[in-house]
Design a protein around this ligand. Structure first.
Ligand code: SF4
Ligand code: SF4
Length: 62
């Protein structure tokens, strides 16, 4: 299973939410004003979230 981490100091949450828009597996979801990691076992390790994040706040590793 992949390990997903979000650096809360770098993440802009609801002001950005780019990663939630692009995640094909709906692993990253906006709840209130912050990004929540839902069912990480569904992550396909596509790395799109890391590609779109303007702040390098999200990291996915195997
Ligand atoms: S690597 Fe892909 S599937 Fe996994 S959380 Fe990021 S965008 Fe979603
Ligand atoms: S793309 Fe990066 S900064 Fe934007 S909500 Fe996702 S983790 Fe936070």
């Amino acid at each position: 299973m992949v390990k997903i981490t979000i650096d809360r100091d770098k993440c802009e949450g609801a002001d950005c939410a780019e990663c939630t828009d692009v995640c094909p597996m709906e692993v990253l979801v906006l709840e209130g004003d912050k990004i929540v990691i839902k069912h990480p076992e569904e992550c396909s390790f596509c790395e799109v979230c890391m590609d779109v994040c303007p702040n390098e706040a999200v990291n996915v590793e195997e």
